[in-house]
Each structure stands twice: as structure tokens, then as C-alpha cells.
Design a protein around this ligand. Sequence first.
Ligand SMILES: [Zn+2]
Ligand SMILES: [Zn+2]
Length: 231
Amino acid sequence: MSMIELAIGWLAPPLCVICASEGSALCRACISSEIIPFGARCWRCGSLSEKSQTCSGCRHFGGPRHIWVTTDYRGAAKELIRAYKFGHLRAAATPIASLMAETFLSYSGDEEIKNTNYSVVPIPTATSRMRQRSFGHAELLAGHLSKILKIESCCALGRLGQQRQVGSRREARRAQAGGSYYLRRPNLVKGRSVLLIDDVVTTGATLAAATQMLRQSGAKHVDALVFAKSL
Ligand SMILES: [Zn+2]
Ligand SMILES: [Zn+2]
């Protein structure tokens, strides 16, 4: 994508990916008619679950304490994510993040959550893919969410890009422990509670790997906020 194309993408008012009305990548009318809340369900098997905790049958899988999901990855949500990730539509981050914030706020009245002092931590985008897309999609969402929710954002996780040389032995060891992820500075998460941010969850393997690394480094609680659940 050229700089000119990028600049046009940033300056032109976004069009709704569903009805093409001007002003937002997903307009209010389409949000209310097309986005069906995921609700309080286990993110993995979809069974009803209080506060969206991972149900007892899926707990062996590991990963975050709660994974709060805004909606299923289909229909308008799928269109929006596709435009965001593959159509490089930066403006899609605004409705995605505000819907994610609504999801989080619907749970944050709960005492256990209310008293949790979170840092927002995005799941990093692979370096080579980021170059193609020109921005890190979870990083951008985390930036918006940090402002809306007034929670500090912290890029504690790094990811080894597919085209990047593994620089040091230490980095390689860290990466091995968490798949292609490593902790940038473990002291950033020690004793903190983390709200992991990603756009789509499928198997949850990425969130599980990130959770394991964060817990090993002394993170207190690890929860996750994700826009869409893909089958
Ligand atoms: Zn619309
Ligand atoms: Zn389950």
C-alpha cells in the first residue's frame, strides 16, 4: 500500500461496510440491527456461563480467567474485521473498540472485576504482516480501549516476525516458551492484572500461550477482551 493510498484512507470519511452510509466504518443503525451480542457464554464451547468464565469442561485448555467476546465472527462483524485487517481500514478500529468497551463495561460492574487494576496488553501482530497492513490491529484497538476505559496500555508482549532474524539467544529462549511470543520486560506485568486485547479468537491457543507467559512472570490475573469468536 502506497503512502498516498494510506493518506486517503486516513483522511476520507469512512463508509459503513454494510450500508455505505458516511461517517463510521459501521454505522449505529447497522450495529443495532446486525451485531448480536455474544452474551455470557463460555468463549470456547458457547455454553451459558456466569460472567463469561471458561466453563469447567473447557478449563483444562488453560488460558485467561475470562475471555469476554463482543459477538460471533459472522455477518457484519466479519465484514468489519475483514475491512480492518485485509482492507487496511484503520477507521474500523473506532466502532470495533467502542463495541469491545461496551462488552467490558457490561461485566466490569462486578465486584471482582471492578477491583481489578488492569493494564491493557495487545496481542502483537507479526512484524512481516504488520508491514503489509501498515499497522498492528490489536495494538490500535488497545490504544482506543485505553482511552475509552481509562486503563493504561502496555505493550508487554513482543512477537518474533516471520522474516526477522532471531537476534539473541535470550530472545529465542523466551520465544520458545510462548510460541512466537516473548515478554519484552517481565517487570512490567509483575503483580499487575492484564486485560489481553485481540480482534478475533479461534482456538484460543494464542491467548493461552500469552497467559502462560504472563503468569510465569508474576501477572496477578489475566483476562481477555476480544471482538469476535470465530468457529
Ligand atoms: Zn450501516
Ligand atoms: Zn466451555
